[in-house]
Write a protein that binds this ligand. Structure first.
Ligand code: MN
Length: 131
């Protein structure tokens, strides 16, 4: 099962790192450089999960999350925020905007995948279908 993940991140290096880590673990990655492009791609691609940078130009991640949550087809798509803010109240603010998870930068590759996987349905091999 190959899940499609949408990465919304304006920083090229971070976008590269997130894409690299996800693709190395078998995910299909589509990326957007800002919230406008991200919302458009989310609508057209219906990803399994959205990884959302909070510090974005134009429309910040809080607003992007709120807007994504107003799209009925995307209501059940988990959003995981990625932020370099490490201040008290940030997690609460991210969750209030509709995100299901919260990852702090710098990304820790060891815990990053576990956080992503905790928000995706786990893959179960079909009964009798394994050779
Ligand atoms: Mn950013």
């Amino acid at each position: 099962m190959k899940y499609k993940i949408l990465v919304i991140e304006d920083n090229e290096q971070n976008r590269y790192l997130l894409t690299y880590l996800l693709e190395a673990h078998g995910y299909e990655v589509v990326s957007a450089v800002d919230g406008y492009e991200g919302i458009a791609l989310a609508r057209s691609l219906q990803p399994a999960l959205i990884l959302l940078d909070i510090q974005l130009p134009g429309m910040d991640g809080y607003l992007v999350a709120q807007k994504l949550k107003t799209v009925p087809a995307l209501a059940d798509v988990p959003i995981v925020a990625v932020t370099s803010h490490a201040m008290v109240g940030d997690r609460e603010r991210v969750m209030a905007a509709g995100c299901k998870g919260y990852i702090e930068k710098p990304i820790n590759p060891d815990t990053f995948l576990a956080e992503i996987e905790s928000h995706l349905p786990s893959y179960t091999a079909p009964i009798g279908g394994v050779l």
